[in-house]
Write a protein that binds this ligand. Structure first.
Ligand code: SAH
Length: 228
């Protein structure tokens, strides 16, 4: 499937054209991120291309290339670029990802970064207005390997797995066991976990069970139950 952001794509022109006006500010942001943490070069490449300003409302567009989270309405936020880079890098580490599930589409920016890196992505969002906006921007960018689902993703999408990667962009005190059941062997689940104090965690499904790592502190909006 054609994907304008894939490094191996012959249609890279389109991606370059869209972000022309902010290429320099985007490069500056990505250079800063690379100084802050060890990050996957494939992720940095994609973040140089994807126009983050299209995922926030126009009044905030001038801040889109600052390393900050920003409000996107409905009490939700677009994640900080460093967090997006860190989570995506952590997800990519290991065997290649074919199918990935994202929980908490929000603005769709993290979705776009993932869609440029993996063949097949499913993303679920409980607030339908946010999903609708994300769908428009992703389509505008020509990212067609994403299926957006409106609904409660706190249990993942039971019956639709397994996934090689699951990325959750809202924090839960504990993760539902159903989520781990949807993880393929060798698959990774990245999520902020914790009620008052959150930590970013990576769970890897090995033949001997789940292996858990702590990746650092996190500050996410809560993972909620039910439709928005
Ligand atoms: N990655 C997004 C993060 C948005 S904030 C971005 O950078 O824009 C987290 C998102 O998770 C919010 O949009 C919120 O509505 C959504 N969310 C919270 N609980 C959810 C649930 N149970 N199922 C699906 N989405 C959920």
């Amino acid at each position: 499937m054609s994907n304008p952001f894939r490094a191996d794509s012959s249609s890279g022109q389109q991606a370059v054209g869209i972000g022309m006006t902010s290429q320099r500010t985007r490069d500056r942001l990505v250079d800063l991120l690379a100084e802050l943490l060890p990050l996957d070069p494939r992720v940095l490449d994609v973040m140089r291309q994807i126009p983050r300003h299209l995922f926030v409302e126009e009044a905030l567009a001038s801040r889109a290339y600052d390393n900050v989270s920003l409000p996107i309405g409905y009490g939700q936020t677009i994640s900080q670029p460093l967090t997006v880079a860190q989570m995506t890098s952590a997800l990519l580490q290991g065997p290649p990802l074919r199918r990935v599930l994202e929980i908490g589409t929000g603005s769709g920016y993290q979705t776009a970064v993932l869609a440029a890196l993996v063949p097949e992505l499913v993303s679920i969002e409980r607030i339908s207005a946010l999903a609708a906006h994300a769908r428009r921007v992703l389509r505008e960018l020509g990212l067609r390997n994403v299926a957006l689902v409106v609904g409660d993703g706190s249990q993942g999408l039971p019956g639709k797995g397994p996934y090689d990667g699951i990325l959750i962009t809202a924090a839960a005190a504990t993760l539902a066991p159903a989520l781990f059941e949807q993880l393929a062997e060798g698959g990774r689940l990245i999520a902020p976990v914790g009620a008052r104090e959150q930590a970013l965690r990576r769970f890897t499904r090995t033949e001997n069970g789940l292996q858990e790592e702590r990746l650092g502190a996190a500050h996410f909006v809560p993972l909620q139950r039910g439709r928005g």
